[in-house]
Design a protein around this ligand. Structure first.
Ligand SMILES: [Zn+2]
Ligand SMILES: [Zn+2]
Length: 296
């Protein structure tokens, strides 16, 4: 049974797609629901130029051939079919939402003209790449879990614009390069195991996120994040010594070499060579050089 909603809102039921042309109602159909109708083809829709929404889940479709004239189609639901390609979709330039999970798709090619597509659901297929989505510059939501896809195509997919990062997109390692600090906080629990890529490619955002703060010492040590050594290895100690450069002794933070030459933090920051003590020229031991005066 096929249910149709006409442009004027009337709902009618027909037995097969063939009946559309027999009754001459093609151009009046706005919505079509033929879920579970054992359809092997979508042929018969060639007069449905005003069709906006088509639900044809649970059929035996191998292609989308038959949709060529449905240029106003906005929503297409074809879960649980046998689709291998998107042949037939070429003219559906107004498609906004496309659901095709549980098919046999090996490629997303065929979406080249669907440039305003906002949402595609193609999980549970046989995709190895996301090639084919490059032209979908308005894509906001993509669910492609349970495929054979790697993460190598995410850069091409990004189209130099940012996507709303969703739980589904987060499957792709390369997405971590594009995350903002706020997104890292939202997906805090997903950052584990991705520290290396975050530090290498998105360090400025990563070092501000909560996950980083939560694991700071561990991450600073593992990845030698020298800029945090000052915090991590800061030792508190009493000293009355003055700075070897400015001779002042009112400083709080200071640097001390293994030969106990004290330099105030301010002078140290001005030093050209931060690795050598400017008094004895010995190399600082990076985990043993940062001090703060213990107050009492
Ligand atoms: Zn000084
Ligand atoms: Zn020294």
């Amino acid at each position: 049974m096929v249910r149709c909603v006409l442009l004027d809102g009337t709902e009618i039921e027909i037995k097969s797609l063939k009946e559309i042309n027999e009754r001459g109602i093609g151009d009046q159909i706005k919505e079509l629901n033929c879920v579970g109708s054992q359809l092997k083809t979508l042929k018969g829709l060639d007069k449905c130029v005003n069709l906006r929404s088509l639900c044809c889940e649970n059929n035996q479709l191998k292609t989308l051939e038959g949709l060529e004239k449905c240029i106003n189609l906005q929503e297409l639901f074809c879960d649980y079919n046998h689709l291998r390609t998107f042949k037939g979709l070429e003219n559906c330039v107004n498609l906004r939402e496309f659901n095709c999970p549980y098919n046999k798709l090996k490629t997303l090619k065929g979406l080249e003209n669907c440039v305003i597509l906002r949402k595609i659901n193609c999980h549970d297929n046989r995709l190895r790449t996301l090639e084919g989505l490059e032209k979908c510059k308005n894509l906001q939501e993509l669910n492609c879990v349970y495929n054979l896809v790697g993460y190598n195509d995410i850069d091409g997919l990004m189209n130099n614009r940012s996507y709303n990062i969703t739980k589904n997109l987060i499957e792709f390692k390369k997405l971590y390069m594009k995350m903002t600090t706020e997104e890292m906080d939202i997906y805090h629990d997903y950052l584990k195991g991705k520290e290396k890529i975050l530090i290498k490619h998105n360090y400025d955002n990563f070092k501000k996120c909560q996950y980083f703060l939560d694991h700071k010492k561990e991450l600073v040590e593992r990845y030698n994040l020298v800029e945090f050594y000052n915090e991590i290895y800061l030792k508190k100690q009493k000293t009355v010594e003055g700075c070897a450069i400015c001779c002042d002794n009112k400083f709080i933070q200071y640097i001390k070499c293994q030969n106990n030459h004290v330099i105030c933090r301010e002078c140290y920051d001005l030093c050209q060579n931060k690795r050598l003590c400017c008094v004895c020229r010995n190399e600082y031991q990076i985990k043993n050089m940062y001090y703060e005066k213990l107050k009492n």
